[in-house]
Design a protein around this ligand. Structure first.
Ligand SMILES: Nc1ncnc2c1ncn2[C@@H]1O[C@H](COP(=O)(O)OP(=O)(O)OP(=O)(O)O)[C@@H](O)[C@H]1O
Length: 682
């Protein structure tokens, strides 16, 4: 508590809070429980001096906030239903609600139906057997091209569809590259594997299919990112790839470009004669490319990207994921599906219904493979890849993307990839230097007040993503922020798809510039202009941290991340120090002290799955790769048989820029006495 002698709160934090003019409050913190006059509510700076009702009148606030995007009001209603039902609403009830209104899903493109409405109403007249070849008119990529007579016939350009797919230069929801985009070229790239082909240098001279090049330009891409440079050339050489690259550095294009380049060049695959399923599969869609993704939002986002680059081509992208109306997804798939983006569970469902056959798959992508395993998808993934009708490893090209490469991912790679190239852009699992990362010592009971200070100290319209550990906390915190008149919404796994979608939409559009999220939003989500990520609760896993902060500082833009740390987070301290050092970030003096405490308590390097044990002691002969890429303790490639490494980019690295005393800091310095001369947060 402020001034109450809590030794764990840095003194300067007290000063900061005291300097904020709390007014009549003796206790500057939210829910202050001490102080001579009893509990006092923390009053954020923007509400100080206003009548107290402004702060506490929940209904008034809710009414106001409902006009931000209806999100809170909707949630409040659903909570009353929950309460009336005596607690937890059965999932089926939530599902009914979600399935009951499909118009929203369609409108926002979550089911892939974002195309020109005129085209959406066009009757689909059968595309495979109409004598016109493959392709035709359709909604998902705008006007579709054809594959006819062994040739790729492009669809007509359509300005309306282009504006919808690619946005306009002024569109705030369009990602623009940032000042540091060119610095991606300074990141060391390593490709290990037999005869790894040289990367391309730019889009224009890469002999890309003309339509793909046109679409890349419409998307506003002028220079390929390192992962794209390599993957395009690997794709052309027909090589399998396992890739790790920093957040926001263009991995989606990294798998879409090689797949589409080859597909545009070679046309569709003929269905294998008598694929053994006979009539049962006669209605099945037979995509040539399958992209597996862990979450609905990520699948949907990949589909949106695919729609851009498939524009006017014969390739029809399609997306399926759980939690949404399966009937509509079935209809979409039936209308044609050449590139399928799917979450594993829903795909298994469609396969079981005989509506998707994998017999024509030529390209398989596993995006965020480590996350899919964390989420328990391995049985479904193995079934999809090994036990259905997908061509074996020799008959397809497989690309895997993963933040880490521990044993279980290696097993998948061993089984799913052939003679593959391991591509790493920067050290495996590192964060981008485009993100300024700060670690603040904040006790749990002080978190809300510090968050309010942060949110009210900067531009109120900036997009801020706040990560918490639990779904309940996400709801509670977004409510707290709403009470303080900060437009906030929440996204987590217990919210219906429609609510999740709404929350994301409101956030993207800036109507609710604060989004409180659980890990569900940590991976892959690409939202332009997120300028601040707050780890209200730090995760236990360092990889999760990397993905969370990676929601800002994307495509060469700069971003900020602040993490609230206290002794409950000791387990992540060492990995955090390594990470901060490597990304040239400041390391608070107290962090190494706490990290040492952590190791005393058996905390330290807990990595959950796989764990790190420093190399050979793991029996499997995993090596702690320390190369030009810097520290490699999250790169678990086998030491035996590891192919020779070929540097693909400039080597570099550099030490920590921060003042951090690092591991050698004064051991007696307790966290409570962190020195900090900063006047403002960001
Ligand atoms: N060559 C490029 N030129 C300009 N912008 C690009 C380029 N490649 C990707 N982008 C943009 O950069 C942003 C990040 O790309 P993407 O989402 O593919 O990153 P990622 O590496 O998959 O990130 P994450 O690890 O978080 O999933 C996107 O908005 C994308 O449109």
């Amino acid at each position: 508590m402020a001034g109450s002698g809590n030794n764990n709160v840095p003194g300067n934090l007290d000063q900061r809070l005291a300097g904020l003019g709390v007014g009549d409050s003796n206790d500057a913190r939210a829910g202050g429980k001490t102080g001579g006059n009893g509990p006092k509510r923390y009053i954020p700076p923007h509400l100080r001096g206003k009548p107290p009702t402004e702060v506490v009148d929940k209904s008034a606030v809710l009414e106001r906030t409902s006009s931000w995007n209806g999100d809170m009001a909707a949630r409040d209603r659903s909570r009353s239903t929950e309460r009336a039902a005596g607690g937890d609403v059965p999932r089926a009830a939530a599902g009914r609600d979600e399935r009951g209104d499909t118009s929203d899903v369609r409108r926002s493109g979550f089911a892939g139906g974002r195309g020109d409405p005129m085209e959406r109403t066009t009757t689909w007249a059968g595309r495979r057997d109409d004598g016109r070849g493959f392709g035709g008119r359709g909604a998902r990529g705008g006007p579709l091209g054809l594959w006819a007579g062994g040739k790729h016939v492009y669809g007509q350009r359509n300005p309306r569809t282009e504006a919808e797919l690619f946005g306009t230069a002024e569109d705030p929801e369009r990602m623009h590259t940032g000042i540091n985009f060119e610095k991606y070229d300074d990141i060391p790239v390593e490709a290990s594997g037999r005869d790894a082909p040289a990367p391309i240098t730019n889009f224009d001279e890469a002999d890309l299919e003309p339509l793909l090049l046109e679409n890349i330009k419409l998307a506003g891409y002028t220079v390929p990112t390192p992962v794209q440079k390599s993957s395009i050339s690997f794709g052309r050489a027909g090589r399998d790839m396992m890739a790790c690259a920093q957040t926001g550095s263009g991995k989606t294009g990294g798998f879409l470009f090689p797949i589409l380049n080859e597909s545009f060049r070679n046309g569709p695959a003929a269905a294998p004669a008598g694929d053994g399923r006979g009539h049962y599969r006669s209605r099945a869609a037979r995509p040539i490319a399958l992209i597996l993704s862990p979450t609905r939002e990520l699948a949907s986002q990949i589909n949106d990207e695919a729609r851009k680059f498939c524009y006017r081509s014969w390739v029809r992208p399609c997306v399926v994921y759980g939690g949404a109306d399966i009937g509509m997804q079935l209809r979409e798939v039936e209308r044609g599906c050449d590139l399928l983006v799917a979450t594993p569970g829903r795909l298994v469902d469609l396969i079981e219904r005989g509506r998707v056959s994998l017999s024509c798959i030529r390209y398989l992508v596993l995006d965020e493979a480590d996350r899919m395993l964390d989420m328990g998808f391995e049985p479904q993934i193995r079934r999809i890849v090994e036990k259905e009708d997908m061509p074996g490893v020799e008959g397809r090209q497989t690309l895997m993307f993963s933040a880490t490469f521990p044993r279980d991912i290696q097993m998948l790679a061993r089984d799913f990839l052939k003679d593959y190239i391991f591509l790493s852009v920067g050290r495996v699992g590192s964060t981008s230097e485009n993100i300024t990362q700060k670690i603040e010592y904040v006790e749990d009971e002080d978190k809300l007040s510090v968050l309010l200070d942060i949110l009210t100290s900067g531009d109120p319209t900036r997009l801020t993503l706040v990560f918490v550990e639990t779904k309940r906390m996400a709801d509670r915190l977004s409510d707290d922020l709403l009470y303080s008149q900060l437009p906030a919404s929440a996204i987590h796994g217990d919210r219906t798809q429609r609510e999740r979608e709404r929350a994301l939409e409101g956030f993207r559009a800036g109507r609710t510039p604060v989004l409180v999220a659980t890990a569900v939003a940590a991976r892959g989500l690409d939202i332009p202009n997120v300028s601040l990520v707050v780890n209200y609760d730090l995760p236990n896993e360092i990889d999760e941290y990397v993905h969370r902060v990676g929601r800002t500082g994307r495509a060469g833009n700069t971003g900020n991340a602040v993490s609230f740390f206290n002794r409950g987070n000791r387990g992540i301290a060492r990995n955090l120090i390594d990470l901060l050092k490597e990304a040239n970030q400041e390391i608070p003096d107290w962090l190494p002290v706490v990290a040492r405490e952590g190791s005393g308590f058996g905390g330290g390097r807990g990595r959950g799955r796989g764990g790190y044990s420093g190399g050979s002691s793991r029996g499997g002969g995993f090596r702690d790769q320390r190369s030009s890429l810097g520290r490699g303790d999250r790169d678990f490639r086998p030491s035996n048989g590891a192919p020779s490494a070929a540097a693909h980019g400039r080597s570099g690295g550099g030490g920590a820029r921060g003042s951090g005393s690092g591991h050698g800091g004064a051991p007696s310095m307790p966290p409570a006495f962190e020195s900090d001369s900063r006047n403002s947060w960001f």
